[in-house]
Design a binder for this molecule. Structure first.
Ligand SMILES: *Cc1c(COP(=O)(O)O)cnc(C)c1O
Length: 429
């Protein structure tokens, strides 16, 4: 007998490519069909068959305060009654820009958009417009949304081999994307040497979280700051995941390295479709209508999304004063330490604050290659065992685990117990 999720998946597949509106939701790499979600509250998510799970996906990052936060929902409901969209400026957009600037001072000027993809695409256009150069350096294994130029990693051969990852991306577009290795200064230096005066910007996830969580080695981000400055190129931190996550001021506050441009998404919209990019007044002044880099959006700064963002950021600002980020770090660290204790050298656990990954490899994961050394079938077995025990993890080895402010100690203990019950030897796929 098929359950409701399975039936809905079959129906959806007839109308929606692969049955989902974003590929990783299809559970392909864990050998089962996706749960269809009915609702969520706090740290719990409930599927249409009435099963309850402790949620560590948290909508892939945004729900740092937990699902259906009372204040966020109250304010969003109020905002809805006042109209869903005006296509005209509102006071709330100014307030959100002010809150972003207060948390991340390098974002002196902020432009609101509707997705992380759009934020990155626009920031790169600004970097190109500002420098008058075309080439962009990105790192293998870093994800920056699905715009054409960003769907490139290296081919297995030379680092400079810029081939697109996706059908439909012209090789000519990908040509301007140069690929370096995360945590490898030499690979960045080589690209600058080989492309003198042609590189507009380096874009990086300051903590990589889309090949699983990979932390920057000491000095790596500082080096990116130096080499971009020395070559009059811009440094873009893609903080779509790390912004308001590893600290209120993101990775740039945590590591004390200030980029020229920052992109935000996920948490900044509190669960609504909202993202942002920004930087110094001088650089951002080239964005239309003040300058000639064109970027626009019918629903940009949507009042409902902006409201969810404002309330979320306000709660985080208040929370920080009460030790919210220390608490998040404690929880993340406790899970990481416990998994290390239970699974030993069968796994590598990378953790920073409430962001972590369990890699099924005996190697230390520091870049794309070592991340790929993970046994994804073992991960699938682990995922399935955890799900059967009511723990909802990301259905892919290469997505992060997100802990929220409302995961209770008891829920975290229950999670660790589930790890103890999981059997490494038994493949449950
Ligand atoms: C999720 C993500 C994006 C893309 O954001 P969307 O809102 O999915 O378009 C870009 N960069 C990073 C680092 C991300 O994690």
């Amino acid at each position: 007998m098929k359950n409701k999720s399975e039936k809905l998946f079959e129906k959806s597949k007839k109308l929606i490519p692969g049955g989902v509106n974003s590929p990783v939701r299809a559970y392909k790499s864990v050998g089962r069909t996706p749960l269809f979600i009915d609702h969520a509250k706090g740290s719990k998510i409930y599927d249409v068959d009435g099963n309850e799970y402790i949620d560590y996906v948290c909508s892939w990052g945004p729900m740092i305060l937990g699902h259906a936060n009372k204040e966020v929902i109250r304010d969003v409901k109020r905002a809805c009654s006042a109209g869903l969209s005006f296509g005209a400026p509102t006071k709330k957009e100014y307030i959100l820009a002010q809150l972003i600037n207060r948390c991340i001072p390098s974002m002196e000027n902020v432009r609101l958009v509707s997705s992380g993809t759009e934020a990155v695409m626009s920031a790169i256009r600004v970097a190109r417009g500002y420098t008058g150069r075309d080439k962009v350096v990105k790192f293998r294994g870093c994800y920056h949304g699905h715009s054409d130029g960003m769907l490139v990693k290296a081919g297995s051969g030379a680092l400079t081999d810029s081939t697109p990852d996706s059908a439909g991306v012209p090789v000519d577009f990908a040509k301007n994307t140069l690929i370096a290795e995360y945590n490898d200064k030499e690979s960045v230096k080589r690209l600058f040497d080989e492309n003198k005066g042609e590189i507009a910007c380096v874009i990086v996830e300051p903590v990589a979280a889309n090949m699983g969580v990979v932390l920057p080695k000491e000095g790596f981000l500082e080096y990116l700051r130096e080499i971009t400055k020395a070559n009059n190129a811009l440094l873009i931190f893609d903080e779509v995941i790390t912004g308001f996550r590893i600290s209120l001021g993101g990775a740039q506050e945590y590591y004390g390295v200030t980029p020229d441009l920052t992109t935000l998404g996920k948490i900044v919209g509190g669960g609504m479709p909202l993202a942002a990019y920004g930087g110094s007044k001088e650089i951002m002044s080239i964005v239309a209508p003040s300058g000639d880099v064109y970027q626009a959006g019918t629903l940009s700064g949507n009042p409902i999304a902006v409201t969810a963002g404002i309330t979320t950021l306000k709660l985080l600002i208040v929370g920080k004063k009460k030790g919210l980020y220390e608490k998040l770090d404690e929880k993340g660290r406790y899970i990481a330490d416990s998994v290390r204790e239970v699974l030993g050298d069968k796994v590598c656990v990378n953790q920073i604050g409430s962001l972590l990954s369990v890699f099924f490899t005996d190697k230390s994961v520091t870049d794309y290659e070592t991340a790929l050394s993970s046994d994804t079938e073992k991960y699938a077995g682990y995922f399935n065992s955890m799900l059967d025990q009511g723990i909802y993890l990301a259905p892919s080895q290469f997505e992060a685990m997100f802990v929220s402010a409302v995961h209770s100690d008891a829920e975290i203990k229950k999670t660790v117990n589930a790890v103890k019950n999981y059997s490494y030897e038994e493949d449950k796929i």
